[in-house]
Design a binder for this molecule. Structure first.
Ligand code: GTP
Ligand code: MG
Length: 172
């Protein structure tokens, strides 16, 4: 019989890497060149149909990346079934920040949490790439994370990212 399962998903990562933009693309299929920085966190939902029998509903917490909001993050990743940790492929420092979020999740979040690392803004990579794809991919393999390079701007791999996560969740 058909079933709809709900999962709590949290987005984490440095300010301006494109967390809200990825969510806006996924939920509304829109993009803004001038998005305002998130205050606190935003909540949105979206469903992914995996097959005729199975729909996954994501309850998405889009957290604020600015340093002053860092202490709020545990409220959002506690009880999360899945996390998308985002960096900007043009900003190596943002991958270091992503790694520190991943360490924190591995220590403090649910031990079964599904974690995806997303290298966003890949539309800029031809001229401004700062993080080689192989470096991030190797790190993701070592840490057993899902990994994709994405673009909220041109839609590359955005629905694929959420579908890949949905397929890793316990669907029984
Ligand atoms: P905080 O809310 O401060 O944590 O930032 P955020 O991670 O939510 O970033 P946000 O989505 O607000 O995007 C920051 C800026 O990057 C905005 O000007 C976006 O238009 C731009 N941006 C986001 N995603 C992409 C992308 O895939 N490609 C390009 N070229 N720009 C992007
Ligand atoms: Mg935001």
């Amino acid at each position: 019989s058909a079933k709809q399962l709900q999962f709590k998903l949290v987005l984490l990562g440095e300010s301006a890497v494109g967390k809200s933009s990825l969510v806006l693309r996924f939920v509304k299929d829109q993009f803004d060149d001038y998005r305002e920085s998130t205050i606190g966190a935003a909540f949105l939902t979206q469903t992914v149909k995996l097959d005729d029998q199975t729909t996954v509903k994501f309850e998405i917490w889009d957290t604020a990346g600015q340093e002053r909001y860092k202490s709020l993050a545990p409220m959002y990743y506690r009880n999360a079934h899945c996390a998308v940790v985002v960096y900007d492929v043009t900003q190596p420092q943002s991958l270091e920040k992503a790694k520190s979020w991943i360490k924190e999740l591995q220590r403090q979040a649910d031990p079964n949490i599904v974690i995806a690392l997303a290298g966003n803004k890949v539309d800029l990579a031809a001229t401004r790439r700062g993080v080689p794809k192989e470096d991030a991919q190797r790190y993701a393999e070592e840490e057993k994370l899902l990994f994709l390079e994405t673009s909220a701007k041109d839609s590359s791999n955005v629905s694929e990212l959420f579908t890949m996560i949905a397929r890793k969740l316990p669907l029984e």
